[in-house]
Design a protein around this ligand. Structure first.
Ligand code: URA
Length: 205
């Protein structure tokens, strides 16, 4: 990995497009992904959201947050008065990792080593986008941004990722909201997520 990072740094992309071309050509760390899923949204976006890794739908369509979690995310943004098209949306890890069960591909959480492999790209990407605030959606994004594990429930809200040229914010991952078994708890968690998004909108204004 150290050699890989040095090789990446050697390429020294001069723009987000150049960086994305490098990411697109890269092999997944774990074989199986259809394609690298790049970040999406305007350079200069005030808000950047960082997820974990592409899921099944994202892997097939080549776009971030278009599957079930992404649809919930879009709905929550709209409810919070944020325009998804104005935001930059990306992932800590750019390739889908999964185990095959019959026809289904079951998402597998990236390891800390895998997250760190992709970290250099994420940092360059955010340098180019230059957002005012970067939102970590869940623990993997926090790990990627902070460079260490940080418990997310205790640190939910504005958060200093350390020496970064943007404000930080921690909230839950939208797929967590889909997984909650109890309907009442799910509705409350969804409302809390929308509240976080409203606050993020205020901080970015
Ligand atoms: N979950 C993520 O973390 N990212 C996506 O793009 C989709 C689901």
């Amino acid at each position: 990995p150290a050699k890989a990072v040095a090789a990446m740094a050697d390429q020294n992309p001069a723009s987000l497009d150049a960086l994305n071309a490098i990411i697109k050509r890269s092999e997944p760390l774990v074989p199986g992904a259809t394609q690298a899923v790049l970040g999406e949204g305007p350079v200069g976006a005030a808000i950047a959201f960082v997820g974990e890794q592409p899921g099944d739908q994202e892997d097939l369509q080549g776009r971030p947050f278009v599957g079930p979690a992404g649809q919930l995310f879009s709905r929550a943004m709209e409810q919070a008065g944020l325009s998804r098209g104005d935001a930059y949306v990306t992932n800590a890890v750019k390739h889908f990792k999964f185990t095959q069960r019959g026809k289904r591909r079951i998402h597998e959480k990236p390891t800390a080593g895998e997250v760190s492999h992709y970290r250099w790209w994420l940092e360059r990407e955010l340098d180019f986008v230059h957002p005012k605030i970067v939102v970590a959606l869940g623990a993997t994004a926090v790990l990627a941004l902070a460079g260490k594990a940080v418990p997310i429930t205790r640190n939910r809200g504005p958060f200093d990722f350390g020496g970064k040229p943007f404000q930080g914010f921690i909230t839950v991952h939208p797929s967590y909201l889909l997984r909650l078994p109890d309907e009442e708890a799910k509705a409350a968690a969804y409302e809390a997520f929308v509240d976080d998004l409203r606050r993020i909108g205020e901080l970015a204004a």
